[in-house]
Write a protein that binds this ligand. Structure first.
Ligand code: HEM
Length: 116
């Protein structure tokens, strides 16, 4: 698969993940009862596409182990975003929005600028 194909898949994963985080936080602030299962499904598929396409792009860019700092940082961000639904129960939903926005901004900035 081409780099462009993985890049599109990576962005689709980002959109699905972001939608799930928004749904989880909205449900925390306004919802009642069980969290819709669709949010967990969107979260899982979003993470899977980000991971698959992220490593696909690394391969196309010829980036192997040992990874540069920015890739390690992205994998850490990925893990935190993966745990976000559980972690979000520990802090106020209002703060949760800012944490989610910051995590996604950092992942995008790191992927585009590769700063370290
Ligand atoms: C295992 C985790 C991840 C890996 C290995 C990974 C890998 C990459 C790579 C290699 C690029 C650069 C592609 C290039 O310069 O051609 C990239 C770009 C990007 N990544 Fe990731 N990424 C991961 C997780 C994430 C996460 C969690 C997000 C956001 C929630 C994210 C958002 C982005 C964005 C927005 C870009 C810029 C794409 C573009 O320039 O069109 N990534 N990622």
């Amino acid at each position: 698969m081409s780099h462009a194909f993985y890049n599109v898949l990576h962005i689709v994963g980002l959109v699905l993940l972001t939608s799930s985080l928004a749904g989880i936080l909205m449900h925390r602030q306004t919802g009642t009862g069980e969290r819709p299962r669709m949010l967990a499904i969107l979260h899982g598929i979003g993470l899977f596409l980000l991971l698959l396409a992220g490593f696909g792009m690394l391969a196309r860019l010829g980036i192997m182990w040992p990874w540069p700092g920015w890739v390690v940082f992205k994998v850490v961000l990925f893990a935190v975003l993966g745990a976000f639904p559980a972690l979000s129960k520990r802090f106020d939903a209002g703060i949760g929005w800012w944490i989610a926005i910051l995590l996604i901004l950092l992942a995008a900035w790191t992927g585009i600028t590769k700063p370290f």
